[in-house]
Design a protein around this ligand. Structure first.
Ligand code: GDP
Ligand code: MG
Length: 727
């Protein structure tokens, strides 16, 4: 019989690190408390013949049924009956961690405590009397360090032993007299179908009037145990759940006093850094500076240097070489064009940006792993709360700067339906890694107009990042004032893990995992998109027949793009090429770049000259501001298919899915129209026309939606969450 071990514990106590060490898996170890809401199961490696399964559960502070993480963890423990729970306790934070421990012990499933992060005890001057603690809690404790891989064999050996003996620990009476009496009384009255070992858990939950347990036992809200709850509440003049929570803390405090010695609290380095970084006034300016630097450095400096070299020298050389080789082999012009202009031109245009993406991902991974990013959610909570959203909504946005798919998935941890929907709809406004090549390419195109003035163009990446965040805020403010999205944000409680120097391995693994996706995409989706685009832009109807066209302006793509282009003329990019590129962007955002690469190559005579691609692209945009609105539109419109599919899966409603798609594209269109028409008018690039009036009306409308008083301001209650629906 296989033995099943569940790893449980608070967020950020090292469960995933331990899971990876035990199973040899490569699960995401993140400094994001609460992002993993999925359980992962793997097989123990080095199990010496025995079959041992290990499950990594979402981190929780308690087993109450309020958050999605709690529901997933609790259901797993109670319904799937693991043979043993390995409870990871962060030794540096033992008071808080033991709360969950007391609840886990009550479930009657054998518990082995892994006192994790023991490598930090000495440094922090903490002394724990492990033997005494183990005796008080009534379960074995093994000191571990998941990071340094110490104590892991021992903890598993102990867990297997306990599982085989079914040795549930001795549960001590931890509450005060009358509470303990009521628990015993309820235990005695519980149906005999409940195993003896689990009775204490059910009795306490019944006393707390936990809706889920009451329902599970087939009782009504007002049941034969209700009198115990009522008596308790009368005696303590508080609700039963609070009384029990308080008494748990009192018990833990007592245990800690006798077993743990901590040096007098002095301000740690982390606290000192936090007093600056999460400071009320400085927090946001510092965040802006940091992200500005990240995006600026990624697309300029090393990034540009490598990208320029790949684009101009490397891809050009390969094109020349492949062209010669194919011609020498007797390939037809058609094949030469397909390979050289289509495939190498298109895929090469994107691959050239991989170094920039790598640098961006490197910075993002370092910021995430050292613990800075999670603080931003905390800092932004103060801003978001103002507009009716919680800082929890900011975590998906931060993750979306790598890729929208995990970003949208991270919204799962937001319990309230309305806020979760809002976050899903807007998360992809933040530019993901795939949009970086588009931004860099268009920045270069814009620079072409502003010869000598490269500044604005090189600033495009940081500008677009903050435009994305601004778009989220604007959307949130407008939508929160409408009925379906109204409601107070839920309280946002989060533990800030101590800063630490990121490990090179973790960081490089993250960078590689993110990059891998793009490289695979380049070989599959982009490759196909390039072939299709080359075909559509090389063939057409000429002289009454179908065939290769001289001028790509006669191609099928020009025909199709041209038909839709009329829609985009008010935004400044009415040529068929950018429109065709925007549409291919729905397959993957980098496809915008690869399509432009194909179209530029097809339209130009192949030459060794370097700037042909950028120069060809420039001819599609009449002015700098037209190039800018093109970029803006492609930043804000619906994301790529992979992200759209994730949206559909997370929204779980056809109605809301279509609303989201409609909102994204209308918002992108409206903002682009306003910027092009009104911005262009101010800059003297666009003349007054009918669309100027439309843009002005839209602007007034948006300003009205932004600044009108909130009709739902006085809504006191939180909107009901549907934790179950999302699980
Ligand atoms: P989870 O939320 O419980 O899954 O925690 P993770 O496994 O994601 O770890 C959170 C952070 O703690 C990561 O930055 C780990 O590198 C770090 N960590 C995990 N275990 C240890 C340990 O034993 N010692 C130290 N110093 N750090 C650890
Ligand atoms: Mg984890």
């Amino acid at each position: 019989m296989a033995i099943h071990i569940a790893l449980a514990g608070n967020p950020n106590c090292g469960k995933t690190t331990m899971f990876n060490a035990l199973t040899g898996a490569n699960q995401y170890v993140g400094n994001w408390p609460g992002v993993t809401v999925e359980k992962k199961t793997g097989k123990l490696k080095d199990a010496s013949g025995e079959e041992v399964n290990v499950t990594d559960l979402p981190g929780v502070y308690s087993l109450s049924p309020y958050t999605l993480e709690e529901v997933v963890t609790r259901d797993f423990i109670l319904k799937e009956n693991p043979d043993v729970i390995v409870d990871l306790v962060d030794a540096t934070n033992i008071e808080r961690n033991l709360y969950l421990t007391t609840q886990l012990i009550e479930t009657g499933i054998p518990v082995v405590i892994a006192l994790n992060m023991c490598d930090l005890l000495k440094k922090n001057g903490i002394n724990i009397d492990v033997k005494a603690l183990s005796k008080k809690l009534g379960c074995p404790i093994i000191e571990t360090s998941a990071l340094k891989k110490t104590g892991l064999k021992e903890v598993i050996a102990e867990a297997i032993k306990v599982a085989k003996d079914h040795a549930a620990g001795t549960v001590s009476a931890i509450f005060e007299g009358s509470v303990e009496d009521k628990v015993s009384a309820i235990e005695a009255e519980l149906p005999s179908s409940i195993p003896e070992a689990e009775k204490r858990w059910y009795a306490i939950k019944v006393l707390e009037n936990d809706s889920k347990v009451v329902e599970q036992l087939g009782l009504s809200a007002d049941n034969r145990f209700s009198r115990y709850t009522k008596e308790l509440e009368k005696e303590f003049d508080d609700d039963a759940e609070s009384v029990i929570t308080d008494q748990r803390y009192v018990y833990i405090q007592k245990v800690i006093e006798e077993t743990v010695k901590k040096p007098a609290q002095k301000m740690s380095l982390s606290d000192k850094i936090d007093s600056i970084v999460t400071n009320r006034l400085l927090g946001i300016p510092i965040f802006v500076l940091v992200m500005w630097a990240v995006y600026y450095v990624s697309v300029t400096t090393v990034g540009t240097f490598v990208t320029d070299w790949t684009n101009d020298t490397f891809v050009g050389a390969i094109q020349g070489w492949a062209g010669d080789a194919l011609a020498a082999a007797g390939a037809s012009d058609l094949i030469v064009s397909l390979v050289v202009d289509g495939i190498i031109g298109g895929v090469g245009a994107v691959l050239g940006f991989v170094p920039q993406m790598a640098i961006l991902f490197l910075f993002l991974s370092i910021l995430e792993d050292c613990g800075y990013m999670v603080r931003i959610a905390f800092v932004m909570d103060r801003v978001f709360r103002h507009f009716g959203l919680s800082g929890k909504s900011f975590i998906p946005l931060l993750i979306s700067s790598g890729c929208g798919v995990p970003g949208i998935m991270a919204s799962k941890t937001i319990e309230q339906d309305n806020d979760r929907r809002l976050t899903i709809m807007t998360a992809t406004f933040v530019p993901c890694g795939a949009k970086l090549p588009v931004i860099a390419l268009m920045g270069g195109v814009m620079a072409g107009y502003m010869s000598g003035d490269m500044d604005l163009a090189t600033m495009m990446a940081p500008i677009m990042y903050f435009v994305g965040i601004a778009a989220v805020l604007v959307s949130a403010i407008m939508l929160k004032k409408t009925k379906p999205f109204s409601g107070k944000p839920a309280p946002f409680v989060m533990e800030l893990p101590a800063y630490h120097i990121p490990s090179a391995k973790t960081v490089l693994l993250h960078v590689w995992e993110r990059l891998k996706g793009f490289i695979i995409k380049a070989g599959t989706i982009l490759f196909l998109a390039c072939v299709v685009m080359w075909f559509l832009s090389s063939f057409g109807f000429v002289d009454g027949g179908f065939g290769l066209v001289e001028e790509s302006a006669d191609s099928i793509l020009a025909m199709l793009g041209g038909a839709i282009a009329i829609l985009f003329r008010p935004l400044g990019f009415g040529e068929w090429q950018p429109v065709a590129a925007s549409i291919t962007g729905f397959t993957a955002k980098e496809a915008i770049v690869s399509t432009m690469g194909v179209l530029a190559n097809v339209s130009e005579d192949l030459s060794e000259e370097t700037d042909v691609v950028a120069a060809a692209i420039q001819t599609w945009f009449p002015t700098t501001i037209a190039a800018f609105t093109f970029l803006l539109f492609n930043l804000l419109d619906s994301p790529c298919l992979a992200a759209i599919a994730t949206m559909a899966q997370q929204l779980q409603s056809r109605k809301w899915f279509w609303f989201a798609i409609l909102y994204q594209n209308l918002f992108a269109y409206a903002v682009s129209l306003i910027v092009y028409q009104l911005g262009g008018l101010v800059l003297g690039a666009v003349a007054f026309n009918v669309w100027t009036i439309v843009a002005a009306v839209l602007l007034v409308l948006m300003l009205f939606m932004l600044f009108r008083p909130d009709p739902y301001k006085d809504q006191k209650s939180y909107t009901r969450s549907s934790v179950e629906a999302a699980s």
